[in-house]
Design a protein around this ligand. Structure first.
Ligand SMILES: [Zn+2]
Length: 69
C-alpha cells in the first residue's frame, strides 16, 4: 500500500481538497517584509496544481497538507 506523501512540490496535482501550508521559502526568512501580509496557507481544490509561493513567486517551495476543506 502506497503511503500518501504529505508534502507536495510545485506543479504536482492536488490529491485532496483542503488547506495547504507553505513549508519553507526564502521569503519566510526575510525579516524586512511584513510577515502578517503574507499568505502561508491556501485552499486548494482536488485536481489543481500546486502554485508557486504567493509572496515571492519561488517555485522551489513545498506545500504541506493541513486539513480537509
Ligand atoms: Zn516565498
Amino acid at each position: 500500500m502506497v503511503k500518501t506523501p504529505d508534502t507536495f512540490n510545485i506543479g504536482e496535482i492536488c490529491p485532496e481538497s483542503g488547506i495547504y501550508k507553505l513549508t519553507h521559502c526564502t521569503c519566510m526568512l526575510d525579516a524586512s517584509c511584513d510577515i502578517s501580509q503574507k499568505q502561508y496557507t491556501i485552499p486548494l481544490v482536488k485536481g489543481k496544481r500546486f502554485p508557486p509561493c504567493r509572496n515571492c513567486g519561488s517555485s522551489t517551495i513545498k506545500w504541506e497538507f493541513v486539513r480537509k476543506a
